[in-house]
Design a protein around this ligand. Structure first.
Ligand code: MN
Length: 191
């Protein structure tokens, strides 16, 4: 955290194609860490018998969780499927539910899949060079429906917090699967 001066400002390099930064810290999420999140548990088991693929990684700065600061960084979501279901991030609510977030697609394509505690759902396509606004109160997950890495830049309130609770236990209402070679959004039958 000390290498960035959150009181006097700082510049930071981010590669626009790969989303990588020399200075930022990376966190990696492998399939073994997300086993219960994909619908087809047989497909999960089958893949894990052979390998443990990297699903996504994110670069962040170890930001201070102070009111008024902004946290930012990149997510790199790799292409692939578990059964019919495309690779996706875990997704989360913000602990401070009334906080929003902006994502900008640096490369690749996919969906931002969102839902609020009342069960309302929104899906917005992610396209290179477009920004997506994630409204307050909505959990958000990204899905890679293309065949190259989906690279996103994000900014949110640094003291928003992350809440995975209900998503880890019940999942999302919607899921994005491949049908006849195309992505479609369907109801999650586990709900
Ligand atoms: Mn967020």
């Amino acid at each position: 955290m000390n290498q960035f001066d959150w009181d006097r400002g700082f510049p930071l390099d981010f590669d626009l194609e790969t989303g990588r930064s020399e200075a930022a810290q990376t966190t990696k999420r492998y399939l073994s860490q997300m086993q219960g999140m994909f619908f087809d548990s047989d497909a999960v088991k089958e893949i894990l018998e052979k390998e443990d693929p990297l699903i996504y990684e994110f670069y962040e700065l170890g930001y201070p969780e102070r009111p008024g600061d902004l946290a930012f960084g990149t997510t790199i979501l790799y292409p692939g499927r578990v059964g019919d279901e495309y690779y996706m991030t875990k997704g989360h609510f913000h602990t401070r539910l009334e906080t929003s977030e902006v994502y900008y697609t640096l490369s690749g394509e996919g969906y931002m899949v969102m839902e609020n505690p009342e069960g309302n759902t929104i899906e917005i396509p992610l396209k290179k060079n477009e920004a997506v606004y994630v409204p307050r109160r909505y959990a958000h997950r990204t899905v890679n429906t293309g065949n190259q890495p989906l690279v996103l830049f994000f900014v949110f309130d640094a003291d928003a917090g992350h809440n995975y609770g209900t998503i880890e236990t019940k999942g999302y209402h919607k899921m994005v699967v491949e049908r006849d070679g195309k992505p479609v959004v369907i109801d999650n039958l586990k709900w």
